[in-house]
Design a protein around this ligand. Structure first.
Ligand SMILES: C[S@@+](CC[C@H](N)C(=O)[O-])C[C@H]1O[C@@H](n2cnc3c(N)ncnc32)[C@H](O)[C@@H]1O
Length: 180
């Protein structure tokens, strides 16, 4: 990521002193899909609302973001169940965040080069919850996924939910267990 982009994210996150714990958008109404605790990874966690929600649901969370200001705001509001990783995801996942995870959340951050690592970070039976901007229902743009990107990228997962429209795409998928 460029320094200018990092400064932009820092400015945006620095304006926030507290964050609410909130479920990932793609899991709203589908909370029953969540495993009963374990390890979770929140990719590009921003102000950490999803990380806090996962921690409140019994998960030990690794949360990664490039913005020190975002992580500072997030950490101020969270307990010990979240470890915060200041890291540029252009370099891939941090080496200490390779998994295996029972839940991997990636919300409103799109980097197709990272998709194989997200998939590999899942434990057998682990849940991927991902939401990206989409070209479906919107003008094409470099930050937006073309139609069908998520189900194609995660074709080997058991897709439990997939929606695409109004400029957003999301997928909830489970890594198949070897004996399934
Ligand atoms: C739209 S916010 C989403 C935050 C959070 N996932 C949510 O749903 O509230 C995008 C986040 O991606 C982070 N980000 C952007 N590029 C990144 C990169 N190369 N490495 C790590 N984090 C990055 C930004 O700092 C920002 O917190």
């Amino acid at each position: 990521m460029s320094d200018a982009a990092r400064v932009r994210w820092d400015r945006r996150h620095a304006a926030v002193v507290d964050v609410a714990a909130m479920p990932p958008d793609a899991l709203r109404g589908r909370e029953a899909l969540l495993p009963a605790g374990g390890r979770a990874l929140d990719v590009a966690c921003g102000r950490g609302g999803v990380s806090r929600w996962l921690a409140g649901h019994g998960f030990t969370v690794d949360a990664v973001d490039v913005s020190g200001a975002g992580l500072a705001a997030a950490a101020a509001a969270a307990g010990d169940a979240v470890r915060w990783w200041h890291h540029d995801l252009d370099l891939g996942l941090p080496p200490d965040c390779a998994g295996p995870y029972d839940v991997v959340v990636c919300q409103r951050f799109r980097d197709p080069a990272l998709y194989p690592a997200l998939r590999s970070a899942l434990a057998p039976g682990g849940l991927l919850v991902i939401t990206v901007l989409s070209e479906v229902g919107e003008e094409p743009g470099r930050f937006r996924a073309p139609a069908g990107e998520l189900p194609a990228a995660f074709a080997d997962l058991e897709v439990l939910a997939h929606t695409e429209g109004d400029g957003e795409a999301s997928l909830v998928g489970r890594r198949r267990s070897p004996d399934a």
